[in-house]
Design a protein around this ligand. Structure first.
Ligand SMILES: *Cc1c(COP(=O)(O)O)cnc(C)c1O
Length: 496
């Protein structure tokens, strides 16, 4: 098979293989790795219909990771999508209220980040071996709440790796924080930052861009990589579940072969929805991609006006994993709609960096018809959770509710009634307080774990293991850092 190469969104002279892109995370020029061409699905839709999750994942991922052998890739897949998930289906599809909820939260940390972060450590270790890397790999991760725990769970005690997670001290849910600060593993380090997610992400990117620091680390036997969704090793596994969802709809007779579906994604860093866009470009019959934002609606405004403008207040919402004003993965879409033009993209990203905004050309905007942007206010999000529960008994989390709302707006505005898959990105147990008070404000009187038990009772779903574990787990991490001190914190952890 012909090798697929990756280039940088900011420098067209970059040309690396998948394993090298996974190891580096971010290109030296600050750009993101993108495939030089998007591969097509190599099997027919009817062949997909009979496949289980692991088989679909292999079918999709082998097209992107062409320098992995079949054994290597199958080994990564089988070690990732195993009994860490509480269902053999891995990603069940649940029909409720006229849409299909693709439940991506059955992994060990009960958010969709597990779909990619349970495999990324294996992809990274395999990549290190293939490239004769002798250094320990230090994963630096900024998290809006869910990536942190999923990355910690994935990398804990993985030999040859260390992981540092930075989260906004006052910007995550109590359960998200508890999940992170109780993390076991001698190679893990969790740090609360006095700042918001964008501060954490910008700080991490700055450390990645520091060539002197990298040289110093190399001399000490370390090198950085990223577990954020800028890493192509996270994006590629995410394409698989859209293909799987389509195969399931086919297998269950909900759609005809070739019938187009719409996909709705609650969006923050633009990774999950970009994976759906890649799935569409691989030939999966997807029509519109509905991009749902919360009150931090920078993406809605972008699709509406062609102007990306982060100069606005950062709002803390009940869907904290989407409280983001700099959607890193949008850079990949910008690069593609510019006609894979690294120079044009670089110019826009420089404007984002210096002025906090940029405007795309009309020619570029014309290539955005695949997308429909929408957003939900806090009240609308709560109302949706409550209404869906009262109508169907099905309980969704706050992020998924943002998406469900966006889908309602889309149907009301366009009259488009194609079958629609809504990416359900977190278990309601992860955002128990917001979910339960949406159903009944009186629940706000109760404690976090009382609410967990009540949610289990009224929703008729068992309390996930991930929650049982933290009821009594001791706190193991209490590091706090100012935004300006992230590098110092990394030095402390590595003993430099
Ligand atoms: C990370 C996350 C999102 C946003 O996904 P992106 O890929 O960053 O757009 C949405 N919902 C939940 C629960 C998440 O953890």
């Amino acid at each position: 098979m012909a090798e697929l190469f990756y280039t940088s969104t900011r420098d067209s002279s970059v040309k690396v293989l998948a394993s090298q892109a996974i190891l580096k995370g971010l290109s030296d020029d600050g750009g993101l790795f993108v495939p030089t061409s998007l591969p097509k699905l190599s099997v027919s839709l009817s062949e997909l219909k009979g496949m289980n999750y692991q088989q679909v994942a292999y079918t999709v991922m082998k097209e992107f990771l062409t320098d992995f052998t079949e054994d290597e890739l199958m080994n990564c897949i089988n070690r990732a999508y195993d009994s860490k998930f509480d269902t053999q289906e891995i990603a069940p599809l649940v029909k409720a209220g006229g849409a299909y909820y693709l439940e991506l939260f059955h992994g060990s940390t009960i958010a969709f980040k597990d779909m990619a972060l349970s495999i990324l450590p294996h992809l990274m270790i395999t990549s290190a071996r293939k490239n004769d890397v002798k250094n320990d790999i230090v994963i630096l991760t900024a998290t809006s709440g869910d990536t942190g725990k999923a990355a910690l769970a994935g990398f804990a005690d993985v030999e040859g790796t260390r992981i540092v997670v930075f989260y906004p001290k006052n910007g995550v849910s109590p359960i998200q924080e508890k999940q992170m600060v109780t993390q076991k593993g001698d190679n893990t380090y969790v740090v609360g930052v006095h700042g918001n997610f964008d501060d954490c992400q910008t700080g991490v990117k700055k450390i990645f861009g520091d060539k002197e620091f990298a040289a110093e680390l190399d001399a000490k036997g370390f090198q950085f990589s990223s577990a954020n969704s800028i890493n192509i090793g996270r994006l590629v596994p995410q394409i698989a579940y859209y293909v799987y969802a389509y195969a399931k709809l086919l297998a269950e007779g909900e759609i005809e072969e070739g019938e187009k579906i719409n996909v709705t994604v609650p969006t923050g860093n633009f990774g999950n929805i970009l994976a759906a866009y890649y799935a569409k470009n691989m030939g999966l019959p997807i029509d519109r991609l509905i991009c749902a934002s919360n009150e931090n609606k920078v993406l809605f405004d972008f699709f509406d006006t062609g102007v990306y403008d982060r100069n606005r207040d950062f709002i803390l919402t009940t869907s904290p994993s989407m409280d983001i004003l700099i959607s890193s993965n949008l850079e990949r879409l910008i690069y593609h709609i510019a006609g894979n033009d690294a120079e044009k993209n670089k110019e826009l990203m420089a404007a984002l960096n210096s002025e906090g905004k940029y405007e795309i050309t009309e020619e570029m905007a014309a290539k955005l018809d695949d997308f429909y942007g929408s957003y939900s206010t806090e009240d609308e999000t709560a109302d949706k959770i409550s209404a869906l529960y009262k109508d169907t008994g099905y309980i969704i989390d706050t992020h998924t509710a943002v998406a469900a709302n966006a889908y309602d707006s889309f149907v009301a505005e366009t009259g488009d009634t194609k079958k629609t898959v809504i990416a359900s990105t977190a278990s309601p147990f992860k955002f128990t307080r917001a979910v339960m008070t949406a159903i009944d404000p009186a629940y706000n009187e109760k404690g976090d774990f009382e609410l967990v038990d009540e949610l289990s009772r009224i929703g008729n779903v068992a309390v996930p293991n991930a929650i049982e574990e933290i009821r009594t787990a001791p706190v193991r991490h209490d590091h706090i850092s100012e935004v300006a001190d992230l590098e110092k914190t990394v030095r402390e952890f590595l003993g430099l």
